[in-house]
Design a protein around this ligand. Structure first.
Ligand code: COA
Length: 163
């Protein structure tokens, strides 16, 4: 069974992430969405539990997609799934430099691990989680940026954080 691992911080998951996950699910037997409990990313908007809950909600319609949390190195996590590959979305040339570096470090840790790239859907090339966080902070329209079923959760969180 061929497994794709779609990793990310998902703070929060966007329609761009979901587009990559769904396309990977059409190509691979199974997709594991790996939510990084990033120790290095400061002041996330959501807790890991909240991020996982949102990802689970939006991938629920896809039977071959599951969600896990990873507290360690991604390249070590991937060992759990023999022959798995990492799937990343590339939005612009600027993503490539970073992803190239990530692939090299991941291969140092786990030389068997391959990374494959899907080009981002043109509707979402401008999109990132920080754009969504900023829009939410200022009460902007989130429709078209994140899946409909999590808009309420994001707005509620932004409201509490605004105080
Ligand atoms: N659509 C929309 N946004 C996308 C996207 C897509 N297709 N692909 C990436 N992004 C955005 C994210 O929204 C995020 O935006 P933000 O910076 O505005 O919040 C940004 O790109 C970075 O994505 P992120 O989800 O943070 O992932 P990453 O590429 O930085 O890497 C992990 C995340 C999961 C690979 C990484 O943090 C990890 O696994 N860490 C564990 C430790 C490890 O193994 N490190 C590597 C070796 S040192």
């Amino acid at each position: 069974m061929r497994t794709a691992i779609c990793p990310g911080s998902f703070d929060p998951i966007t329609l761009g992430h979901l587009n990559i996950i769904v396309r990977a699910a059409q190509i691979f037997d199974r997709v594991v969405v790996c939510v990084a409990a990033n120790a290095t990313k400061t002041s996330p908007m959501f807790t890991v539990e909240e991020k996982v809950e949102m990802v689970r909600r939006v991938v629920a319609p896809y039977p071959n997609v599951t969600v896990e949390v990873n507290h360690g190195l991604l390249a070590e996590f991937a060992r759990k799934y023999e022959g798995s590959v990492l799937i990343k979305g590339l939005r612009a040339a600027s993503d490539f430099d970073y992803e190239f570096q990530m692939d090299l470090i991941n291969k140092r840790i786990n030389p068997e691990l391959e990374t494959m790239f899907l080009t981002a859907d043109q509707r979402y090339t401008f999109l990132s989680s920080s754009i969504v966080r900023e829009m939410a902070h200022y009460g902007g329209e989130l429709r078209g940026l994140v899946p409909e079923e999590i808009i309420g959760v994001i707005e509620a969180k932004a409201n509490t954080q605004r105080g």
